[in-house]
Design a protein. Structure first.
Length: 151
């Protein structure tokens, strides 16, 4: 229909299929890029590592307290973490539980002034490559990430 020599155009409403496919493709690419940048598995491993570091700190504090209060100045013997709360009942009421896929290691050596205890676990997301063991040793009195937890 012509009005005064001008052709009247019909107005389209909505999007064409091609426009919708292009928008969906762009959103998919952006989502994939964000997912790669965030890396949720690594974030979960870092959170579990932080939890385990805190747990090792609690165990280390209990072991130091036990050593200080024991008349013979010894650490509880044995390498079984589940029985450790029976050996140090006043210092550690409950052994902190490890997340799935993690396990503590506990060992002692020597007695008296030469007594050494260590608690360690393997990091899933180490901050420094090659330092994948989180180890607390009573000889140095602190926990550090290292390649191996030497006796």
């Amino acid at each position: 229909m012509k009005l005064f020599g001008i052709k009247k155009f019909s107005i389209q409403k909505g999007f064409t299929l091609i426009e919708l496919l292009i928008v969906i493709a762009i959103l998919g690419i952006l989502a994939a890029g964000i997912l790669v940048a965030i890396n949720p598995v690594q974030k979960i491993n870092q959170a579990n590592d932080a939890n385990m570091k805190s747990n090792v700190g609690q165990i280390a504090t209990a072991l130091q307290s036990y050593y200080t209060l024991s008349p013979t100045q010894v650490y509880p013997a044995g390498a079984d973490m589940t029985g450790l709360n029976l050996l140090v009942p006043d210092e550690l009421k409950v052994i902190p539980t490890a997340p799935t896929g993690y396990a503590y290691s506990y060992s002692t050596s020597g007695s008296g002034a030469t007594a050494v205890a260590q608690v360690s676990f393997t990091l899933k997301a180490p901050a420094v490559s090659g330092s994948n063991i989180w180890c607390w040793r009573s000889a140095i009195g602190q926990a550090v990430a290292q390649a191996a937890c030497a006796p």
